[in-house]
Design a protein. Structure first.
Length: 265
């Protein structure tokens, strides 16, 4: 076989790979010598759903937050820059966006669940969370039972929605697309209370003294960063970076930066 035939064979194989994965094939050397394919050359593209303060939210023209900083550590390791794509949570948690090549990874304060694990792969856990209840300060809504016949706001496609529907017999759930709409509904009295992740609710009440977190549900959730099923090279790279950051103090520094009110771990 001439050198030329080999070359065109390689080209054909590459072209085929491009068609089947729908990705621009950018090879970036992962630090373990493995090759990581990114959807856009020179960028680590993150799917997230805004706002989810303090994990990801807009500050001026920038998207900032704990998750953004964690992914920046991965981008730095890969010597690329992070680009954040804001997209509805449903497409993130079903793995659809990752499969479509919309992004390389999903970092959205997303809980690792068995159902999601069937549709995408998760990094190791990087943050603990639990569901919590938010209501007007001084209100009697301190449990799901107390909300019988009342309106409880939930965020579409989230573990909070699943929890409320499963455990809130006789509670009328009202679905909201994002957490900003959900929390505004509590503030304006459109719903009596809302369920969502504790970190996000505690951040909100810190800035909105008219509301209070009235209880936590101990759901024992852990956030993971999602990658397309089978993207082991990128998943391992993320795990490696998180592990290093945990042991060299960078993780703790980010924790302090975004959760200044939390008890020191
Ligand atoms: N942790 C919850 C879940 O995984 C809520 C996540 C919502 N995140 C977001 N960026 N909107 O279902």
């Amino acid at each position: 076989m001439s050198a030329r035939t080999v070359l065109s064979l390689v080209t054909a194989v590459t072209a085929l790979t491009l068609v089947t994965t729908g990705c621009t094939s950018t090879k970036t050397a992962g630090s373990g010598g493995t090759e990581i394919t990114l959807v856009t050359e020179g960028k680590l593209t993150t799917c997230t759903h805004l706002p989810y303060e303090p994990f990801q939210f807009r500050k001026g023209s920038e998207v900032v937050g704990f998750d953004v900083d964690i992914v920046d550590l991965v981008a730095k390791e890969l010597k690329v820059t992070q680009e954040v794509v804001d997209t509805p949570f449903e497409g993130i948690q079903t793995g659809e966006d990752l499969n479509a090549g919309k992004c390389d990874l999903a970092a959205a304060g997303m809980t690792i669940t068995p159902v999601r694990e069937e549709n995408l792969d998760f990094s190791g856990p990087y943050f603990d969370a639990t569901q919590a209840l938010i209501a007007k300060k001084g209100s009697p809504y301190t449990s799901l039972a107390s909300l019988k016949g009342k309106k409880l706001g939930v965020q579409q496609g989230t573990t909070g929605e699943t929890y409320a529907k499963k455990n809130g017999a006789g509670v009328e759930t009202v679905q909201f697309e994002d957490v900003a709409l959900l929390l505004t509904a509590v503030k304006t009295g459109q719903v009596d209370a809302a369920v969502n992740d504790n970190g996000v609710l505690f951040e909100y009440v810190r800035k909105n003294a008219d509301l209070a977190v009235t209880t936590e549900f101990e759901t024992g959730e852990k956030y993971g960063i999602g990658v397309r099923s089978g993207n082991t090279a990128l998943r391992k790279e993320i795990d490696k970076v998180i592990k290093a950051a945990r042991s060299d103090g960078r993780y703790d520094a980010l924790y302090q930066k975004w959760f200044p009110a939390a008890p020191k771990k």
